[in-house]
Design a protein around this ligand. Structure first.
Ligand code: NAD
Length: 265
């Protein structure tokens, strides 16, 4: 199974290179970076502190898709949309971890999903995939007198907020209640906000230091509060899940799949 990494010089990209190199049954077919990146021309092995593998980072994404059974993409929304078109053209499986995608970006992924298998998830860890299922169940069980708040914290370099995972957890809670998140989402509170609206799902965002990712979904009512929390200790958990998704997706029928599909949940 030939797996390629786009954005191989990034924080997640390097983690993914290391994970593919250490996965039995997987061969690293190559990696790309954006044109002009300082990582271009560097050996993939030495880039991640391992032995040289004789393959260097390039900026030729089309060649990488042609040479891979699956490509893993943790880059940026504009790059991911372009990579989805290449996946469709070559019939290559694409694993998308990029967050901050707009509704229009998702529509472009759905288009690509007509021609190639895509696995799209805002969080590739096993724990968060299970957490989303639990949140849906709890939200469906507890009535509207339980307020739902999603609190997340990430490292100081993160550029989108709330995190893709926080939004996915919010969507899971909304689905449990049978409502659309966009109609109940309350992500910005500042100044005189008035009292909390019944049925709203609130978000609070913390940024600082090197926190890999922490999410808590709170269910709060009179005299009682239930909190479901996931804490990521290392980015390896996302890389491990993404490589598992790549091994699962290569050769699958075209379509847009989730981590639930990969884990058979
Ligand atoms: P990063 O900035 O360290 O890495 C992104 C890399 O993509 C950079 O090296 C950048 O140069 C490269 N890139 C940009 N455009 C490119 C292009 N056209 N071709 C090739 N490479 C290109 O960021 P990061 O912390 O690694 O995160 C990347 C994305 O993954 C973010 O959206 C983040 O939120 C997301 N993420 C998702 C999960 C998950 O489980 N789904 C987990 C962690 C991070």
């Amino acid at each position: 199974m030939r797996i390629g990494i786009v954005g191989g010089g990034g924080r997640m990209g390097q983690m993914l290179i290391r994970e593919v190199l250490g996965t039995k049954g997987a061969t690293l077919s190559g990696a790309t970076e954006r044109a002009g990146s300082a990582s271009i021309g560097r050996d993939l092995g030495t880039l991640v502190g391992a032995d040289p593998v004789g393959v260097v980072i390039t900026d030729d994404a089309a060649a990488l898709f042609a040479a891979s059974d699956a490509v893993i993409d943790f880059t940026a929304p504009a790059a991911t949309v372009a990579h989805a078109a290449l996946a469709a053209e070559h019939g290559t499986a694409l694993i998308v971890g990029t967050t901050g995608l707009t509704a229009d970006d998702h529509a472009r992924l759905t288009e690509a999903g007509a021609k190639a298998p895509l696995v799209v998830s805002a969080n590739f860890s096993l724990g968060v995939t299970l957490l989303a299922g639990l949140v849906r169940k709890v939200a469906a069980t507890l009535g509207p007198d339980w307020d739902i708040e999603v609190v997340e914290m990430h490292h100081r370099h993160k550029v989108d907020a709330p995190s893709g995972t926080a939004l996915a957890l919010g969507r899971a809670a909304a689905a449990g209640r049978g409502v659309d998140l966009m109609e109940v989402k309350d992500a910005v509170r500042d100044g005189h906000t008035g009292a909390r609206k019944v049925g709203d799902i609130g978000f609070a965002t913390l940024r600082g230091g090197d926190v890999v990712g922490e999410h808590t979904v709170m269910f709060a009512t009179e005299a009682e509060r239930l909190e479901l929390t996931h804490k990521a200790g290392s980015r390896t958990i996302f890389a491990r899940g993404a490589v598992r998704a790549a091994l699962w997706a290569a050769g699958k029928a075209p379509g847009v799949y989730s981590m639930d599909d990969v884990l058979g949940l």
